[in-house]
Design a protein around this ligand. Structure first.
Ligand code: BTN
Length: 236
């Protein structure tokens, strides 16, 4: 996976560049990487701080699996990013469903998956050697967690390998193998969660990941419900 890599010193956001290249016909496996972003963005319109020292990249995908399965790609990318980080640093990030990677309870990486014009763009941001003073208080970097020898470039190489592997598995076999690999990495099973979906705030305990990648939650009302990635934010 990943033949072309377009590298930039600075971009507004690698997402926009990826969508623009996809519109012009860029093939599956094209990567866009920037050393910094001036308008890096996260889910739900949030800003993604992108100072030097982080890996900011987007990957163009052209999946042929059914539309309903596309949100699973956030989990595929999250799993690949967690493995890439572990490979290089021996740190073991946990996954906060659906798109955050945490170390010691702080966010070290985030994933943003967007589908537009028949292409899917998977955006991945990892705080590698980033100065934590330039990050929000709930964030950390790999270096701050003790990984002093790594770099955004090394992370990119490891990410390409792991994402190439898990994307091919998902494309051929669907979500089952991803679910298997992910379950032990999801750090919040059994724990209380607050879910915001639209205007509703719901409290409950996260139970599991279902066969489609939805989060199964036993709500405090006693009802068990599955939530789609994309409709939900976990507040704790
Ligand atoms: C999130 O945690 O809400 C998702 C963060 C995604 C950030 C990455 S950095 C590379 C790509 N370009 C962006 O503007 N966002 C994604």
């Amino acid at each position: 996976m990943g033949f072309a890599i377009h590298r930039f010193k600075r971009l507004p956001s690698t997402m926009e560049k990826a969508h623009a290249l996809a519109r012009k016909g860029a093939g599956e496996g094209t990567w866009i990487v920037a050393e910094t972003q001036t308008q890096g963005r996260g889910r739900l319109g949030r800003k993604w701080n992108s100072p030097l020292g982080g890996l900011y990249c987007s990957l163009i995908l052209r999946p042929t699996r059914p539309q309903a399965e596309i949100p699973q790609l956030a989990l595929v990318a999250g799993l690949a990013a967690a493995e890439a980080i572990h490979d290089l640093t021996r740190l073991y990030p946990s996954i906060r469903w659906p798109n955050d990677l945490l170390i010691n309870g702080k966010k070290v990486a985030g994933i943003l998956v967007e589908a537009k014009d028949k292409a899917v763009v998977a955006g991945i941001g990892i705080n590698v050697t980033t100065d934590v003073k330039k990050l929000p208080p709930e964030a950390t970097s790999l270096a701050a967690c003790g990984a002093k020898k790594t770099s955004p470039d090394k992370l990119l190489a490891a990410l390409r390998k792991h994402l190439g592997h898990w994307y091919a598995v998902w494309a051929e076999e669907g979500f089952a193998p991803i679910r298997q690999a992910l379950r032990s990495r999801i750090g919040h099973f059994g724990e209380p969660v607050t879910i915001t979906t639209g205007r509703q705030h719901l409290e409950g305990a996260a139970q599991d990941l279902d066969e489609q990648g939805r989060l199964v939650v036993r709500l405090d009302s006693g009802i068990q419900r599955s939530f789609e990635a994309g409709e939900v934010t976990l507040l704790r």
